[in-house]
Structures are given as C-alpha cells and as structure tokens.
Design a protein around this ligand. Structure first.
Ligand code: AMP
Length: 586
C-alpha cells in the first residue's frame, strides 16, 4: 500500500473540524487498506506503532530530525533550523525544503506503508551506542524516497506531533462502518476495545473475521482492561434509592488505582491510564505475586502510601515520589505502600467482567490472602441511610476520601471503560457546600502580564463531555499557582501546543495559546453559576447559558494519573449544580 494514500487522508482529516467528515475520510482510508495492514494503519493514524500500554514510542528528538532533513535535502542544518523557528512545525519546514530540492534521487522508489512502518519500528527499537546515528540514518533514508507531503507527515509522526485529533471513538465508528456492517456494530467493537485497550487488534479482527470474530473476543492477561468509573451523589438517601434500596459500600481509598495482571510469577501493573507502572511499584508486584491465590488473575486495587512507623494511611501526594525513575529503592523504604483490592476481572481462564458484583466479590474473598500489606477494601452491605452515613464518617476518620457505593443487582457487571450508576462515589468535599474539587483539562492559556509576564496568566479549563466525546470549557483559572507552578506549567504544556483550537474543544473564548486536551489539574471552586460564555452543559438549564465554576483555584495537584477523558464530566458538573441549588433552596 502506497504511503501517499495515508498522507492524502491525513491532509483531508487535518483540514476539517467536523467529526462526521473526519469519520468519512477515515472510513475511506480503512477501506483502501489491505486487511493485513489495517492494525498498522490504525496505530499510525494515532501517531503510534503499538497500543499505548506497550509503552513503545517512536521518539526522535527534533534537533536530530533536523539533521535528517538536512541530509535528505542537501540544505544546511542552520537553514532548516531557522525556518523551523518560523513555522514551529518541522513537518511543514521539511515539506518546503523537499519541494525546493532540485536534485531528485535517481533511485527513488515510491514509499509503501510497510516500509514506513518497518523503518519507524526499527527507529523505536534502536538502543545502545550507535542508536542515535542509526535513527538519523533510517529517517534520512525514508525522507530520500518521500514526496514533500509524505515527508511532512513522517516528520510529525516521528517527533510525536501528528495531531489529527482522531479520538479512539472515531476510529471505532469508522471501523463499524468500514468492516462491521454499519454503525450498529459500534457497541460490540467498543466492548472489544474496552477489554483489550488495543484498537489495532480490534481493527485487525473485525477486518479479517468480521463482527463474529469480535463477538468471540475475550479478556486476556497482559492486555489492560479500560477502567470502570463511578458517578457521584451527595447523600446516602439518594445513593440507596439509585442502587435499588441496598448496596455494598466500600472505603474510597486515596491512592493510585492499579490493575494487576498475574500469570504465574509474572506480574504486570497498569495505571488508571493503562501505562505499565510495575517498575514504580516492585513491592506492590511482589505482594500480588505472593498474596493472590490463583495461577492467572486480573485484579484492581488502590495502592496507598502508608506510614512505615504507624501503618496509617498517608496522603496521595506521597506516591509521587514513586514517579522518579531513580532511587526507587529508597522510596520503597521511605514511602511503603499497601494494596486495597476492590475488584477481580479474570481468574484462571474465566472472564468475570460480565458477572454481577456479588459473584466477583465472592471470588475476591477466595483469592486474596490478606495480611498487613494487602486486604480487600473495607465494606458493609446496607439498606440503612444512617448506617451508610456512619460508615462514611468512619472512612473519613481513617484517612479515606469517602465511600464508593456499588450495586448488588443482577446487572452489576464490570462496565469496562464506562462511567455509570453501578458505582456511586460519596465524598466529603462534596458535602461541604460549594467547596468541591474537580479535575479539569487544560485546553488553552492566556499570556501573563506584570509579575506574570513571560508565563501564563490564566488557564482555560474544560470538563469532559462524555456524550459527545469533546471538552467543554467551564472556567478560566488564574489563582492558586505558586511561583514554582508558574515556571513549571509552560514547560509542562509545551509539547501540547497547537496552532488553533483543538477540534475536540468546545470554546467560545479566544485564547492566546491552544493545547491538545491532555493535561488534567485539580481545581477547587466556590460555586457553580450560569454562564453566558462557557460551553459546559450549554442549554441544559437555560437557553444560551452554560455552567461556570466561580472563583476557581488550583489546589496544587497535577492529576498526571488521569487522562483527559478521566476528567470531571459535564454531567457531573450539571449534577453538582443541581444539588447545590437544592441545598440552597431547602
Ligand atoms: P475519582 O477518581 O474521584 O473519579 O474516584 C474513583 C476512583 O476511586 C477509582 O478510580 C479508584 O482509583 C478509587 N477507589 C478507591 N477505593 C475504591 C473502591 N473501593 N472501589 C472503587 N474505586 C475506588
């Protein structure tokens, strides 16, 4: 398959902000793709070579890529570099210089997707001494055979800046239309994706075996399952009513969510964002290896920092020491962790994701050998709102955030990748009126003035609209940032700068700098009000009004463990607004 077909599709996709058009172009591309290549084309369109959880990045530093462009075009590096400073996009610069190149290589052969993928793969896997030279050589080779347009997209891909704005859900829509017999197939495809987190694999199976192949799709150890998420409510009565009068209430521990995959002695830990974090928590991996009594299992647990002296739970922030690559040994001693297990999704050949929670909980009780490092999340089963409230107070006393109340009904399956009403969180901060924290996505920034000249004065923040898979703005936040934050944020955001509003961001405000919706920060608000500017829950309460968080303040917590899609949802904010009103009125 010619790579030019891919590049042409990218160009069309890039030039539209309409999701439906984007999907059409993608369908077109997927239909033109030979079945044996479909996984590779799917990864490539998202700027990847493999599913995220394998953690293999193409990565070449921009200054090295500049060298390749120079070598391939015969221009000097400083000429390329100075144009790059103007365009800010090496893809565009390379396209220009390749078009100017007078001497066409005699041996130029049309680039195929196979060649591009294979070469990028070699670059990704190059390691050790000589890796840098090898990467430059491989990239130069590709550029020698590329047309200017192809070069543009190859460079964006290798420098991690191919930002077509194609969300996972758009790929699933396109696959349903191209190979699943129509849009209706989307649901089955989505489940396959939710239990494998691997779009390429889903694509390959639906292309080769059709929707029947997808229906046979099973959970498997080593492939992370996309996490089930909780809705929230603010009183025991509401919670019990929503869950059919009775529920299992569990402590909501304040740590890092971990999905542990065990196969014999081999244990892999995935974060909430499905990154491999086994290296950060070798002690947690040992606990799973020794205390989970099954040959093969997938369990979920909250990993919590504990005081080595008292055994008491410590704040979430202490886990951040584990993010450092070096000195893990010291962190393990200084900041030990305990595991609180709250679900089991697979045991010894049996997929439990479609089994009701009481059954999964029973299995959990059988396979977890409890000791002081690991236990099942503390729970009660109750139909009494007062008992629920007391248990909640107790949880807070013991250093937890509150409770997660879970359905015991027959339909209480594990809803992979979904936020639903089978799990409801009940948090203290939510009760203290109008002082709840929310996790919001940074979508744009405004230049600072005066003391803040040279950094950002404020950030435009958005909530996640899970119905439309977009991000709706909810406030402009300029307070709560320390001097250190102000220095750090531009650096943190730099890789995500884009020249215009991201197609998945819904904003009626003009900002100075736009970002890809990637980074999540925690913000505390004073109240939620109707807003003529913000797009969050637009029209839900009143025509032409959205909702805004008033007096937002950054709490100091960067939620690097959350992806943009894990941010507080528009629905949650709407819910918060409504119950806040109720309290004000009553
Ligand atoms: P939130 O991050 O506020 O949306 O709350 C959901 C998170 O609570 C989950 O992703 C888990 O990391 C965490 N959690 C702590 N304890 C539990 C529990 N018993 N059941 C489910 N989730 C829990």
């Amino acid at each position: 398959m010619r790579y030019s077909l891919v590049a042409e599709a990218y160009e069309k996709i890039e030039n539209t902000t309409k999701r439906l058009e984007m999907t059409d172009y993608l369908v077109d591309l997927l239909k033109k793709t030979p079945k044996e290549l479909i996984d590779k084309v799917v990864y490539l369109t998202q700027g990847k070579l493999y599913p995220d959880f394998l953690g293999i990045e193409i990565g070449i530093a921009e200054r090295l890529a500049v060298k390749s462009v120079a070598l391939a075009t015969g221009y000097r590096e400083d000429e390329i570099q100075s144009d790059l400073e103007k365009t800010g996009d090496l893809g565009e610069t390379a396209e220009k210089f390749l078009a100017k190149k007078t001497q066409i290589s005699l041996f130029r052969k049309p680039l195929t997707v196979e060649t591009v993928y294979k070469t990028l793969d070699k670059m990704a896997k190059a390691s050790g001494s000589g890796a840098v030279d090898l990467k430059i050589r491989l990239l130069t080779g590709l550029l020698m055979d590329a047309t200017p347009k192809e070069a543009k997209y190859i460079l964006r891909t290798v420098t991690g800046k191919l930002r077509l704005g194609i969300a996972d859900m758009t790929v699933l829509d396109a696959l349903a239309i191209a190979y699943g017999g129509g849009k209706e197939a989307r649901e089955v495809l989505e489940r396959a994706y939710n239990i494998s987190s691997d779009l390429g694999k889903v694509a390959k199976i639906v292309a080769e075996q059709g929707i029947d192949g997808i229906k046979k799709f099973k959970v498997s150890v080593g492939e992370p399952i996309r996490p089930m998420l909780a809705e929230r409510l603010s009183s025991p009565n509401e919670i019990l009513e929503k869950l059919g009068g009775k529920c299992i209430a569990e402590y909501k521990y304040d740590g890092e969510r971990i999905q542990a995959h065990k196969r014999g002695d081999e244990v892999t830990l995935f974060s909430r964002r499905l990154e491999r974090i086994t290296d950060q928590y070798p002690d947690a991996a040992d606990i799973v290896r020794e205390n989970i009594l099954a040959k093969e299992a997938i369990i979920e647990a909250e990993c919590v920092a504990v005081d080595p002296d008292t055994g008491e739970m410590r704040p979430f922030q202490e886990l951040m020491h584990r993010r450092r690559k070096y000195d893990i040994k010291k962190s393990i001693e200084k900041y030990p962790v305990s595991l609180f297990v709250f679900d089991v999704l697979y045991v010894d050949g049996e997929d439990l994701t479609l089994k009701p929670y009481p059954h999964r909980h029973e299995v959990l009780r059988k396979i977890v050998k409890e000791d002081n490092r690991i236990s099942i999340a503390k729970y009660i089963i109750t139909d009494d709102p007062e008992e629920l409230e007391r248990f909640f107070e107790e949880a807070i006393e013991n250093g937890c955030e509150g409770l997660v109340c879970k359905s015991l009904n027959n339909d209480s399956v594990y809803q992979a990748g979904a936020r639903g009403w089978l799990w409801i969180k009940y948090k203290r901060d939510y009760k203290s009126e109008m002082s709840d924290t929310v996790d919001l996505v940074v979508v744009a920034a405004f230049h600072g003035r005066g003391k803040r000249a040279g950094t950002y004065g404020a950030l435009l923040l958005a909530a996640y609209n899970d119905e439309r898979d977009v991000f709706d703005t909810v406030c402009k936040c300029g307070s709560g940032f320390t001097d250190e934050d102000l220095q750090k944020i531009p650096k943190l955001m730099e890789p995500y700068i884009i020249p215009h509003r991201h197609p998945r961001v819904n904003a009626n405000i003009d900002a100075d700098v736009w970002f890809e919706p990637k980074v999540v920060i925690e913000v505390i608000g004073a109240e939620i009000t109707l807003s003529p500017i913000h797009t969050c829950a637009l029209g839900s309460i009143r025509k032409n009004s959205g909702l805004a968080i008033r007096f937002p303040r950054f709490t100091g917590r960067y939620r690097l463990d959350k992806s943009a899609e894990d941010a507080t949802t528009v629905k949650e904010i709407l819910q918060m607004y409504k119950s806040q009103l109720k309290r004000v009125q009553s």
